[in-house]
Design a protein around this ligand. Structure first.
Ligand code: GMT
Length: 418
C-alpha cells in the first residue's frame, strides 16, 4: 500500500479541533513551576502507546502524556481503551482506539497487527514526530511494522521505553526473545526505567545500541497529603497499618507480605491491607483463613483510590523477587510511607536503605519484619523516615525533571534522524 497518496483511513480523533485549543499551561492545574520552566520551544506531535489498564507502565505513560500535553505538545494515545487516568477533555489530548477483530478462525484474538495499522494511520494523518511506546511487547513490534508500512520515513521516530517484565520475564522467554530483540534494536531510541533494567537488557539481548535511563515519576495528589480518611475503617488508634498493593503475581511474593505481617503482629498491634487483585489472591486468602487472620487482614481488590489507602497507612511492603523499578513503592513514599522491600532489580535506586526505607535479601522475611518493627516502634525514627521518603520521592523523581529528560531525549532522537 502506498501511504503517500494514502488510502489509509485516518485515526478517529476524539478531540479533533486543534485550532481551538487554548494555552494549556495557563489553563493547567499543574502546579509545579518547573513544568513551565522546562517547556521546549519545539512543540511536538507525539503518539503514545501503552497498556491502558492498571499496570505501572500505563500509569507512567498516561501521566507523561498528560504533562506533555499541558506543556503544549500534541499527544495522541493509541490503544484499545481510554487509559484510566486520562481525561479526554484536556487540551492537546487525543485518543485513537485500536479495534480488535474477533474473527472466528482466530483462536486467540490478535492485537499487535491492528495496533501496527492504527499507528501507521495516526502517524500519517496526524503527522506524528515521535511515537513513544511503553512496554516492548507487542508495542515495539507493532511500531516496527508501522515503520515498514510507512516506508521507514524519518518521522515518527520510535522511542521504546522498557518497563521490566518485557525484558526480565516475557522478553527473555524463547517464544518472544528474537522478536523482542529485533524490535528493540530497530527502535530509534530506547529508554529503561532504571539502571538495573538497562544492565539486564544489555546483558540479555547483547545490545549494541545505547539505552538511556529515565526514571519513573509520580504525581501525588497534594490535597490528600496527611489525610487519614480511611484509617478508622481498619485500625484502632494504637494499631499500625501495613499495606501492599500489586497484581499479586508470584514475583510479588504476596505470601512473604503475609509472613512479614505475622511476625510484626507478634510484637506490635497492627493490621494489613492488600490492595489489587491477581492470581495469587486465592492462595493468600487460604493462608489468612488458615491462620485465622480474617479480622486483621483486609482484601480491598482493585481500586482507583490507591492514594486514599496509602495516606491512611503507616508502612509499605514490597518483597518482590523481581522489580525493575517499583512504582508502587515510589507512590507510597510520595505520601510519606517508609518502605520495607527486597533489594532486587531497580528497587535500591528508588528506596534508600536506612533513609527512606529498608532493603533485605528477597525471601528474608525475618529481616524485613525486624526492619518494620524497628521503624514502627520508634516515633522519632518513623517521622524522620517518613519525611525523607516524601522529600526523596519529590526530588529525585520529580515530574518536571523527568519530563525535561524525555523531551530532551525526543529532540536528540529527532536530530539524529535528520
Ligand atoms: O511487568 C509488570 O509487572 C508490569 C509492569 C507494569 O506495566 O506495571 O511493571 C513493570 O513496570 C513498572 C513501571 O515502570 C515498574 O515500576 C515495575 O517495577 C515493573 N515490574 C517488574 O519489573 C516486575
Amino acid at each position: 500500500m502506498d501511504i503517500e497518496d494514502s488510502s489509509i483511513k485516518g485515526g478517529d480523533c476524539l478531540h479533533p479541533n486543534l485550532e481551538e485549543v487554548s494555552n494549556p499551561l495557563q489553563d493547567s492545574e499543574l502546579k509545579d513551576p518547573g513544568l513551565k520552566a522546562g517547556v521546549s520551544p519545539n512543540l511536538m506531535k507525539i503518539g503514545m502507546v501503552c497498556y491502558p489498564s492498571l499496570g505501572g507502565s500505563g500509569v507512567v505513560a498516561t501521566e507523561l502524556g498528560k504533562h506533555l500535553a499541558a506543556q503544549g505538545h500534541e499527544v495522541h494515545f493509541i490503544t484499545y481503551e481510554v487509559p484510566f487516568r486520562l481525561n479526554l477533555e484536556d487540551p492537546n489530548i487525543f485518543f485513537h482506539e485500536v479495534e480488535i477483530n474477533r474473527y472466528d478462525l482466530f483462536k486467540y484474538p490478535d492485537y499487535a497487527l491492528p495496533l501496527a495499522v492504527k499507528i501507521a494511520c495516526v502517524a500519517e494523518e496526524c503527522k506524528l514526530d515521535i511515537l513513544h511506546v511503553h512496554y516492548a511487547i507487542p508495542h515495539a513490534t507493532s511500531a516496527l511494522l508501522a515503520k515498514q508500512i510507512l516506508h521507514y520515513r524519518k518521522k515518527p521516530a520510535v522511542v521504546t521505553t522498557l518497563h521490566g517484565t518485557d525484558i526480565t520475564l516475557v522478553g527473555k522467554d524463547p517464544s518472544y526473545y528474537q522478536v523482542v530483540k529485533l524490535s528493540i534494536e530497530q527502535s530509534d531510541g530506547i529508554t529503561a526505567v532504571s539502571q538495573s533494567l538497562k544492565n539486564q537488557t544489555v546483558e540479555t539481548f547483547h545490545l549494541k545500541k545505547t539505552i538511556e535511563v529515565i526514571y519513573n515519576f509520580i504525581v501525588p495528589q497534594n490535597q490528600l497529603m496527611g489525610k487519614k480518611t480511611l484509617r478508622k475503617l481498619f485500625a484502632k488508634d494504637d494499631e499500625k497499618l501495613l499495606i501492599h498493593s500489586s497484581n499479586f503475581r508470584n514475583i510479588k511474593r504476596p505470601e512473604d507480605v503475609l509472613s512479614i505481617f505475622m511476625l510484626v503482629r507478634k510484637r506490635l498491634p497492627c493490621k494489613l491491607l492488600f490492595l489489587g487483585s491477581g492470581e495469587g489472591i486465592a492462595g493468600l486468602r487460604q493462608m489468612v483463613s488458615h491462620n485465622q487472620l480474617e479480622k486483621e487482614v483486609f482484601f480491598l481488590g482493585k481500586s482507583r483510590e490507591v492514594a486514599l489507602y496509602l495516606c491512611s497507612a503507616d508502612l509499605f511492603l514490597l518483597p518482590s523477587s523481581q522489580e525493575s523499578f517499583g512504582l508502587a513503592a515510589l507512590e507510597a513514599m510520595s505520601y510519606g510511607l517508609p518502605v520495607v522491600a527486597s533489594d532486587v532489580g531497580g528497587i535500591p535506586e528508588v528506596v534508600e536503605h536506612g533513609k527512606t526505607g529498608w532493603l533485605a535479601p528477597c525471601g528474608d522475611v525475618e529481616k524485613m519484619a525486624s526492619y518494620a518493627i524497628k521503624t514502627l516502634s520508634d516515633q522519632k525514627l518513623y517521622r524522620e523516615m517518613s519525611k525523607n521518603a516524601q522529600q526523596h520521592s519529590a526530588e529525585k523523581f520529580c515530574v518536571s525533571k523527568i519530563l525535561r529528560e524525555y523531551v530532551a531525549f525526543y529532540e536528540k532522537i529527532l536530530r539524529e534522524g535528520r
